[in-house]
Ligand binder design. Structure first.
Ligand SMILES: Nc1nc2c(ncn2[C@@H]2O[C@H](COP(=O)(O)OP(=O)(O)OP(=O)(O)O)[C@@H](O)[C@H]2O)c(=O)[nH]1
Ligand SMILES: [Mg+2]
Length: 366
């Protein structure tokens, strides 16, 4: 984060990541008093990077960033990586770093399936090992399990080398979220004091000038897509065999059903191939849009800074008038005091993230 002047509250930015439906938006709403959409059914809810209005906590200006989980039901992983990467690289280029990252995990999941593992591996590739000190692995939905079962799962998550163990060894912490405002604030307090660090994807894209397909997250995504494609091609071969058998047995109904499955598989394969191809090209477009928007926001910030300085001069003028003119009428004095309070309130500094508010949503959305 950009250093603030001594009298100004420090700006802290924390991103919340995790699988779709893990409770990211709910957590943010609880602690920030925002109204982000929360999922009700099986469908994913957040499909873009969103920042919520900045709020003050423990004397700091906190901005939380909501992200869509990988394996979203409506947006492809390629689009999600593209959005998250554009957001992180544009803001980093403007001098902003994250103070913390929360990785949300439902303790109520009776087993950690492929989706959670994929999200965790993408998360690790985005962060890199050097940032792990700024990571909190947060378990939630404790009300959905008995304390014994929850504790047993927590232990498993903590000790399994395919789950949280390597992340914890790298310096991350594991915390429980009990669903309350105070609990969520305690989690933020744990992260808010951290030294902001550069994420691996930011270093790769900005400092090393890598193409997104060459970043650890880009390579991981491509590996996932390649594995998925391979699985589909194997399934296709099986279906083809079954279709031949159905043809030989003159089983028209089965053959037709298989034909439909075959069509779906072919479509999936085509989509995977296009997803692999378009990451690099579309990232460049997304990044250009993001850069332009961040540039505009910074211009607005500059204008706001100039206006703030003017207000501060006005405050100083009013203060000295009150000081020097002891004969002021009580009502006049009260009036001037009110004006000063108003000017002070309007002079509060806002950083890039607080300035962005909802504006950045439209930029990083689809
Ligand atoms: N019992 C319980 N339910 C929760 C908790 N947090 C979230 N939920 C529920 O879990 C569902 C998903 O929550 P969201 O906050 O939308 O999850 P998300 O991670 O933002 O999901 P996406 O936006 O789809 O990635 C909603 O029905 C929430 O009401 C919690 O701490 N306890
Ligand atoms: Mg959400």
């Amino acid at each position: 984060m950009k250093p603030a002047a001594p009298s100004e509250p420090e700006e802290v930015v924390i991103a919340v990541m995790g699988a779709t439906g893990s409770g990211k938006s709910t957590f943010i709403n609880i602690v920030s008093g925002s109204h982000l959409a929360v999922g009700e059914g099986l469908k994913s809810c957040t499909s873009k990077v969103e920042t919520v209005n900045t709020f003050e906590l423990f004397g700091k200006l906190v901005t939380l960033v909501d992200t869509p989980g990988f394996d979203d039901t409506t947006v492809s992983d390629t689009d999600i990586l593209k959005m998250i990467a554009a957001y992180l690289s544009s803001t980093y280029q403007s001098g902003y770093k994250l103070s913390g990252l929360i990785y949300m995990h439902r303790i109520s999941d009776f087993r950690v399936g492929g989706i959670s593992r994929r999200n965790l591996s993408m998360f690790r590739k985005l962060c890199g090992d050097e940032t792990l000190k700024n990571v909190a692995l947060v378990t939630n939905m404790w009300s959905e399990v008995t304390p014994e079962r929850g504790a047993a799962r927590e232990h498993e998550l903590r000790t399994d080398d395919l789950l949280f163990a390597p992340v914890l060894q790298g310096g991350a912490s594991m915390l429980r979220h009990d669903g309350t405002v105070a609990g969520a604030q305690a989690i933020l307090a744990h992260l808010a004091g951290n030294r902001p660090r550069v994420l691996r994807i930011q270093r790769e894209l900005v400092d090393e000038g890598k193409d997104i397909t060459e970043t650890a997250a880009g390579v991981e995504l491509d590996r996932e897509l390649a594995a998925m494609r391979k699985k589909h091609i194997e399934q296709l071969a099986e279906i083809q065999q079954e279709m031949e058998q159905a043809l030989a047995e003159k089983d028209e109904l089965t053959r037709k059903e298989l034909e439909q499955v075959r069509g779906e598989l072919l479509q999936n394969i085509e989509k995977i191939e296009s997803d692999r191809d378009r990451l690099s090209k579309e990232y460049a477009q997304e990044k250009a849009k993001a850069d332009e928007r961040v540039r505009q926001i910074q211009e607005d910030l500059e204008a706001e800074k100039a206006a703030r300085e003017e207000r501060q001069q006005e405050i100083a003028r009013l203060a000295s008038e009150m000081e020097n003119n002891r004969n002021l009428h009580a009502r006049e004095r009260e009036n001037m005091q009110r004006q000063m309070e108003d000017l002070k309130r309007r002079s509060r500094r806002r950083g890039l993230f607080s300035m962005v508010g909802g504006a950045i949503d439209s930029l990083f959305g689809l």
